[in-house]
Design a binder for this molecule. Structure first.
Ligand SMILES: [Zn+2]
Length: 213
């Protein structure tokens, strides 16, 4: 079982400005993103995500084939405008993920579980959009450039992904943040080795320890 803080850090490290985050601020972005997602999830506690989509008139489009771009397979996408929201689910890729989700004592996800994880994730982005409360905008900016008394600042966009995963975990009462399955899939499909994964997690574990999280 991998702690939320570590899986959140995995996600955060993919941010364009990750290296601009001062070390003492890492725990702020991790904790706040996890909290915002969790609290949004608690507000819908006990609700079924399929019903939530229906109640919110979100159209769900099931696409049979998997969509690949630059070697990365897409599993879900959301399309939003003022009037209408559509969530695209790529059944093939979700099926592949589900099949390759057993690892290290974890039980393999069913197709339906994998599907719901993706729906929850996209539903969280829908909430951000309709409430016009995007997670990165709720959090402090980081300084990306400082020259004399000129500073440039940016938002940490990945915080929205951490919160979406935290939302899915809360709503579906999962044991871990669901981005763990992204890595498990990579291991089980031979794209990364078990050693690489363990090494990566150990690295983040030591960062988490260092920042007392
Ligand atoms: Zn997302």
């Amino acid at each position: 079982m991998i702690r939320d803080e570590i899986l959140a850090l995995c996600e955060l490290s993919n941010d364009l400005f990750y290296h601009k985050i001062p070390e003492e601020k890492l725990s702020y972005y991790i904790k706040e993103s996890l909290r915002l997602g969790r609290e949004a999830g608690e507000a819908y506690s006990g609700k079924d995500i399929l019903n939530l989509c229906e109640d919110n008139k979100i159209e769900i489009k099931y696409i049979k084939k998997s969509k690949k771009a630059y070697g990365v397979s897409f599993r879900a996408q959301v399309e939003m405008d003022k009037k209408h929201t559509k969530i695209w689910l790529y059944e093939g890729s979700i099926q592949e993920l589900a099949k390759s989700s057993g690892y290290d004592g974890r039980k393999t996800l069913t197709y339906e579980e994998a599907l719901k994880i993706h729906l929850c994730h996209e539903f969280f982005h829908y909430l951000e959009y309709t409430e016009n409360e995007f997670v990165p905008e709720k959090l402090e900016k980081v300084v990306t450039l400082r020259v004399f008394n000129f500073t440039r600042k940016a938002r940490i966009q990945r915080c929205s992904e951490i919160a979406a995963n935290s939302f899915a975990k809360e709503l579906l009462q999962l044991k871990e943040l669901p981005n763990v399955y992204d890595y498990i899939y990579l291991i089980n499909s031979g794209k990364i080795s078990k050693e690489q994964f363990v090494h990566m997690i150990e690295g983040y574990e030591s960062t988490i320890k260092k920042i007392n999280l």
